[in-house]
Design a protein around this ligand. Sequence first.
Ligand SMILES: [Zn+2]
Length: 248
Amino acid sequence: MCAIATILWLLVGSFFNVVIHRLPRGQSIVFPPSHCVSCGVRLSPKELIPFFSYVWQKGRCRHCGVLISLRYPLVELLTAVLLSLIWYLQGGSPSTYAYLVFASLLIVISFIDIDHMLIPDQLLLAGVGVWLVLQLLSPFIAWSDALAGSALAFALMLAIFVLARGGMGFGDVKLVGLIGLYLGLSLTLLSLFLAFVLGAAVGLTLILLRLKKGKSALPFGPFLALGAYLAMVWGGDIIRWYLQISGF
Ligand SMILES: [Zn+2]
């Protein structure tokens, strides 16, 4: 049972790889079926088994021998870990499905942002659409909290965007608006705080290691996504811990 669940989560990750690769290039997500990006040969059912096929084939296409990017199995593994963690920690709560969908979007958005320095509007709009449908079917967050969180965090991020003058993209501002809808005000502010701390830490480390020049831009979307994920899964604990050590 556990093995089947693992394969299913990995398959979801395998689908995300397709979306990450094709969506920014304007290609269909459904056609053509999965193929080697080098020689174009269609993958056999055995080669479609996520993660493990990469291990069996030692990271190479069986037909043309080209090295397959390590990114593919990594995205599959990351997806399986991040989504199953939500399932196990939050399973049964009304927000489980919303969080699974939202975390999925965050994974896809992060890798597209890393590759292309942009966050596609289609994904943000899909996020709003799914949020609305879930809220109408079985509300998982108070409407007022979601709308206030979205509007306030969007306004705050817009102010930072204007002040930073090019330090981040407008896609980041819109993404924060979406985070507000799913997480509400306090968890969204926590995600923003975590994103800025993580972004500063990684940026500084890269500069110190001389891996990045002072001015070259780092995509901010992945940090916002990571902040939102941490707030989604452990936000309540982080806030309780903070209130405890600050003596409230
Ligand atoms: Zn090939």
